[in-house]
Design a protein. Sequence first.
Lengths: 541, 292
Amino acid sequence: MSFLTPIALAALLVPAAIYLVHWLWGSRRRVRVPALFLWADLPQASTGRARRRWPPLTWLLLLQLLAAGLAALALARPATPSDPPRHVALILDASASMQATDVAPTRFDAARARGLDRLAGLQATDLVSVVRAGTNATLLTSGPPDTARDALTAARAGMGGADLREALALASSQVAATPERRGQIVLLTDGAWTAPETAGPLAASVEVVAVGGGSDNQAVTNLAVRIDPSGRAQTAFIELANQADHAVRAPLRLTADGAALDERQVDVAARTRVRLTIPLPIDAHQITARLLGRDSLALDDMVATTAPGGPPRDVLVMGHTSDGLQRALESIAALHLRTADSAAPTDLIVLSGLLPTQLPPGTSPLLLVDPPSSSPRLLGVGLGNGARVQEAHPLLQGLDLAALQSETPTVGGVPGWAHVVLGTVQGPLIMEGRLEGRPVVALTFDSASSGLEKSLAFPLLISNATSFLLAQAESAGATVTPEAFDPAESDIAPRPIPTFPSPTPTTAGRTSDGVSERWQWLLTAALVVLGVEWLVFARRG
Amino acid sequence: VTLSIVSDTFSRFERLSFVSRRRARVGLGGEHRSRQRAPSTDFVDYRPYQPGDDFRSVDWNIYGRLGSLQVKVTEGRERQDVVLVLDCSNSMACGEPDKLTFAAQLVAALGYVGMARSDAVRIVCLAEAQTRGFGPFGRRSRMPELVSQLAQIAPAGALDVNAGLAAALADAARQPLVVVVSDLLTPAGAAAGLEALQQQQADVVVVHVVSPDELKPSFSGDAELVDAETGAVLDIGVSLETLAAYRTRFAAWLAEREAECTTRGIRYVRTATDRPLAAIMLDDLRQARVLK
């Protein structure tokens, strides 16, 4: 017990003063009598005025002394050493690897249970911040433990990695906002991540609570389908990874459009990758590769893709079609050219040399070949001249960019709906984007006059453009997953836990010394005693 | 004061009547025997006929039997003049319940008895400034008016009891029955006042009101005693010895007041304020032959 304002103990003189008043003047009682002559000259005890004597310890006097003493002690702010209120920042690793089942039911559920255990040990006055570490760090809640319990219960693991650096920074900022509390950061994780380069200065020490620890996982890390140069068959390229510390024989099943095409056992050495090549029929479209064995993480056991093959797609060509464009389109086996007089819906529309104000009906993607520069839909909006090259863009795969860059653009600016894939300082050459909600690729140069149509690059460019647009149209109709699986999460083996920097002295020094003030109780007791004293006084009259 | 008139209790007083040692003289129409022989149905005696007697009073049946003229003597009934003197000094406001409220309640009950017997009831309040009287009330129907007048009285300072009693009968001089309801708290006693009443041919009854606090004071220790009437202060250390001496003195003082009355032929009734009104009216006052 200590006193935060010890000088206020001088107020203890007040009870002494009260007792002194009683001693000096006594506690004479005023009594109204009908007639005084009956009391005159009676034998009587010595009065307080006649002789100083210690006042009798009546209830009123005792209650007054007690109330004054309690109030004086309350003024001195007595305090007892105690734990200061805490601020615990719980970082919940929500990466895809946390869905591994090497800990029942999952690593994520185990981490959540550990977090709830931590909350059970906290006081109602403590503060808890819950940070979900997914691909982005998110503050779920910051409040009393009950609120944090609800947030933890409602949290779900994601499909991507965990941005721990951002999560640590967010948790540290939350702890730093309450310097009067003893801060602590608790990281609930499986450790299946590479330590961030630097976590920066943290406001509190970091405690890592690890869950899980196995590495038994196999994954389909890649699935790609290419059409053979003959145009009569397709080939699936599959990559399998074994993240376990031992070799495994993984059963693999390949299906096309729901029908099994191939099933085989694949031997994969410990912590290595294996690439497979499997031929597919030309009409196979939806391809799925699935590992049939059981491992710790099921999320990465299946990969699906859309093959460029399948039934021919209807292509409607409008406008003036040059011979080179006609030949390029006809050379693509997966396309079937149609005339404009058919009313049936088409999969792709090619507008050559025109871009009407009213686009053709439907949602089919559009390939604009040498559109008129006067079209209002091609007016630039100040985004620059488009002098850029996206070499990795699917539209430029296998193309000689130098030959393309020698073309002369027919428009000078970049319209608002488009992104430049290839452009020069004079303007964009190849753009893609969405116009009125439909995928569009625009080739803004005159390939006929430049002679590009006679080169090998042109049919390849047209092939890339039609494949890109058809894939865009199909992906728009597919179910959109909110978050894609991060292949790096297949490696569920925990890494060494890094050493996090100690809290900076400035932030650590701001924490409270840990005392609990008790003056409220004393003041309440003094008020109660005063109330009792008043009652006693009122009853005695 | 706040009066509590309980009809059930007061209805028990309807058959009571005052006992007076004086003949009623207010007038015919009452229920008290009169000194005067008056034509009435109340037969008293026979006497021989004398010239001048009313022939209608001759008992002709006796003449037929005895052959002598005998006249029936009857007695008239008169109303009693009742004066209820209430001490309204500050000392009467002491005690729990206070003596003044108790005394006013008692005066209301006595007034009810008088009005039930068609007496002429007057009420006189003795106060420091002036003696205030109201009445007479002759019929029971005026009971609400009497209660209303009593409810307006209040403690009125210091009082010289003797002077107040001497002036109480200024308006009533026909041998009234005077009931003094007072605590008689005056150092010299109330003998002079009571004698003054007797000199006015009054039949005096003293109802001496004391409170339990006066009989047995309960406080002790250092005390500042304040006289209710004069405001004088006495610092006193009250011990058990002090209380015992007070009780002895008070008992002696009470005996003196009783002797003052009895030696003068005045009926004296002492009552405490914690005693029920019905017990006083039906027991104490009947035993003292104030009521019957």
